[in-house]
Design a protein around this ligand. Structure first.
Ligand SMILES: [Ca+2]
Length: 78
């Protein structure tokens, strides 16, 4: 029951007539250990997120890119 203690969910609780489930805000995913818990997505582990990154730095809820010396972040794609 999402009305009670947010269904025990870390972030968002969703429900329909039959079921309830937890979802996470952008940058987080449901923990494989506990369907109610949200854990940070390591975008740097998954190569699809940071093709243009020289050095990917994972952070809580997002990630940042660092550039090699002589380059700077493209403000359009950042
Ligand atoms: Ca992250």
């Amino acid at each position: 029951d999402c009305n009670h203690d947010n269904g025990g969910c870390d972030h968002e609780c969703e429900e329909d007539k039959y079921d309830e489930w937890c979802s996470c805000r952008e940058g987080f995913k449901i923990s494989t250990d506990d369907w109610r818990k949200c854990v940070d997505i390591d975008e740097c582990e998954d190569n699809t997120h940071h093709e243009d990154c020289h050095t990917c730095v994972n952070a809580e809820g997002n990630y940042t890119c660092r550039c090699r010396y002589g380059y700077e972040l493209d403000p359009i794609t950042e």
